[in-house]
Write a protein that binds this ligand. Structure first.
Ligand code: SF4
Length: 503
């Protein structure tokens, strides 16, 4: 599997002992922390338990609405990288499995891993850290490496003596190299080396990449769901990394932008089909950013055949030919991050997109037979009650099939956070940040917490409880069982969102 990739990263498939000498001088520093001569053979990929259901993957953390649990993308991709490098890989997703902390704790200890690679997030930092620190005490020789949005902040190792490393790019072969014992300067990993901390030398890559095929088999039967899946089980696929656009509140442009080689993607798609999975969530943050390549990808998907899928799209790339190609390849739903219904706010936060383009994109979706989901945000720093109401009005009128309303949070690592919080630190007083608005609302929001919650709930009711909307959904469901299922799931989702207990 992907021998070329493995060779590039100095890894012989399935045989961890055979590596180039590069970096060997310091190769035992992990062993020194993990116990004399302890080699890492067994890696546990861990999505920790929590008081609420959290999404923490791909540098975005929030409380999950209505009990949906998506695949933890970082862990999924690393499952292929580590397996290909010859490690034994186990997965424990305590979120998908709804495991209580004590159950998860005992399970992890009984697995006896040599390394734990875990997700954490700004939404759950305090409880994650308490759980992981206790785990480290129980397994002091085990290496702990973290991933997630909160690690994009500076000073990530402050008050975390139990944590050995942070991985900043889950598509990088450096993660396997590090666990195999290589030391030195990495561009995607910061780590403790004795009493020293070696910080990464970040580079923002462009160009192409390949990864070993992720171990989707390890993530089957864990109960993953998401609202727009027409069939279960579904698989999550990543065909690019980062984003080429530059919305200042968003973390993805800070990761650079790389496209996965098409052959590498199709290899994974064929593997997914061989597992009997036909439903996909393509988690590229902006499908169609490279139109020609996206068209070729759609063609490849059509050739393999039988997939139905959902992806994210920007209004300004939603051209008719692209949408037609996507539809022919099985795309049934696109998620648009429209963010605001006020052109002034859009100019600041979604450069290149305006309301006219949004309405136009939705019209093209309807013509292509693709359902649309509009995602809006209340509480941008320049929002006031008036612009929030404008957003709610626009969401109801613009022509989406579904909407989702979130609240603004200053995400770690973004230009906007750096501007709003120039002396940002990772001290104990770190705010719980949740863009779903369920666990928290950012205390710097220009609109009060109560008002934001009222706006959200009112907007949801206005959109979904319109007689014309309810009638349209009921009529469409009469002719399609799958549609009926989707509508019932969505209704459950909406009611949960309206009734969700805030904080
Ligand atoms: S909001 Fe979407 S389009 Fe804008 S930078 Fe982020 S991922 Fe890219």
């Amino acid at each position: 599997m992907n021998r070329a990739w493995s060779v590039k990263h100095g890894i012989q498939q399935g045989r961890r002992g055979e590596r180039p000498d590069e970096g060997r001088a310091n190769a035992d520093s992990a062993a020194a922390r993990s116990g004399p001569n302890m080699k890492i053979r067994h890696i546990l990929l861990l999505n920790p338990p929590g008081r609420k259901l959290y999404t923490r993957d791909y540098f975005c953390s929030k409380v999950t609405k209505a009990g949906y649990v998506e695949h933890p993308l970082d862990l999924l991709i690393l499952s292929g990288i580590f397996s290909s490098a010859g490690f034994r890989v186990s997965v424990l997703d305590a979120q998908a499995g709804r495991q209580a902390p004590e159950t998860a704790f005992n399970h992890i200890v009984s697995l006896r891993p040599d390394a734990v690679v875990f997700l954490s997030g700004l939404v759950s930092r305090q409880e994650d850290y308490a759980f992981l620190e206790r785990l480290k005490k129980a397994m002091p020789r085990v290496l702990f490496a973290g991933m997630g949005d909160l690690f994009l902040k500076k000073m990530v190792f402050e008050n975390t003596a139990w944590m050995d490393a942070v991985f900043y790019d889950f598509t990088s072969g450096e993660c396997a190299d590090f666990l195999a014992g290589r030391r030195g300067r990495f561009s995607t990993i910061s780590f403790r080396d004795g009493n020293d901390i070696i910080y990464r030398a970040p580079v923002q890559d462009r160009g192409e990449f390949s990864i070993p095929v992720p171990r989707h088999d390890l993530f089957l039967n864990k109960g993953y769901t998401f609202p727009f899946a027409r069939k279960l089980p579904f698989a999550t696929v990543l065909t690019d990394y980062g984003c080429p656009f530059s919305c200042p509140f968003c973390v993805y442009p800070t990761l650079g932008f790389r496209l996965r080689r098409l052959q590498n993607v199709t290899e994974e798609l064929r593997y997914i089909r061989s597992l009997g999975i036909r439903e996909l969530f393509v988690k590229d943050q902006s499908f169609g950013a490279d139109r020609g390549r996206s068209m070729r990808l759609c063609e490849e998907m059509r050739n393999i055949g039988g997939f139905s899928w959902t992806c994210f799209l920007r209004a300004d790339v939603a051209r008719e030919d692209l949408l037609r190609g996507m539809k022919a390849a099985g795309c049934h739903t696109v998620l648009f991050g429209f963010e605001s219904g006020c052109d002034r706010i859009l100019r600041s936060y979604k450069p290149g997109v305006n309301k006219r383009m949004i309405v136009d994109a939705l019209r093209k979706c309807r013509r292509s037979g693709i359902k649309s989901v509009g995602i809006f945000i209340f509480g941008f720093p320049e929002d006031d009650i008036g612009t929030c109401r404008e957003t709610a009005d626009f969401a109801v009128r613009c022509g989406c099939d579904y909407v989702s309303f979130n609240v603004f949070v200053p995400k770690a690592g973004t230009p906007l956070r750096n501007k709003l919080m120039p002396d940002d630190s990772s001290g104990e007083k770190e705010e719980v940040l949740d863009q779903s608005g369920i666990a928290s609302v950012w205390s710097g929001s220009p609109v009060s917490v109560e008002e934001l919650n009222r706006l959200r709930v009112r907007a949801i009711r206005r959109f979904y409880f319109r007689p014309s909307y309810l009638f349209g959904m009921a009529a469409a469901s009469l002719f399609s069982l799958c549609r009926l299922r989707m509508c019932l799931r969505s209704a459950f989702f909406i009611l949960q969102d309206v009734l969700a207990k805030r904080r």
